[in-house]
Design a protein around this ligand. Structure first.
Ligand code: 5GP
Ligand code: ZN
Length: 115
């Protein structure tokens, strides 16, 4: 996926403010933060969106979810909580076609509006 922005960030070809990394997962700060803490968690392997999650890439998706409490803990979000969002497709508002989860925190979000 030569032209995929997040594949290029995972490969280190495009710089990012990394906050967590393991064999399968990268987390880095969103370039346009919508909350005091706004981090993106991605599988290093290219998966286009939630629509492409399947048995073959489930280990990569699992690794991303396992990283969530680690990243939340390291950023000081665990006690007060946070929100995890993955936009899928046009109606979902997805703009980068590489599966990612927005980890948002550092303030209390309204419960009547997801974002
Ligand atoms: P989406 O709209 O697809 O759910 O989220 C894509 C996110 O990627 C947006 O919040 C956007 O600010 C972020 N983003 C886009 N380009 C870059 C970039 O080059 N670096 C970083 N760190 N974030 C980016
Ligand atoms: Zn990609």
């Amino acid at each position: 996926m030569d032209n995929c922005l997040f594949c290029r960030i995972a490969a280190g070809e495009i710089p990012s403010d990394r906050v967590y990394e393991d064999e399968k997962v990268l987390a880095f700060r969103d370039i346009h933060p919508l909350a005091p803490v706004h981090v993106l968690l991605i599988p290093k392997k290219h998966i286009g969106s939630l629509n492409e999650v399947n048995g073959e890439n489930a280990d990569d998706v699992k690794a991303v979810l396992e990283a969530v409490p680690k990243v939340a803990g390291s950023l000081g979000l665990k006690e007060r909580g946070y929100r995890l969002i993955s936009n899928c497709g046009e109606d979902g508002g997805q703009t980068v076609m590489h599966l990612h989860f927005h980890l948002l925190g550092g303030e209390k979000f309204p419960s009547d509006k997801l974002f």
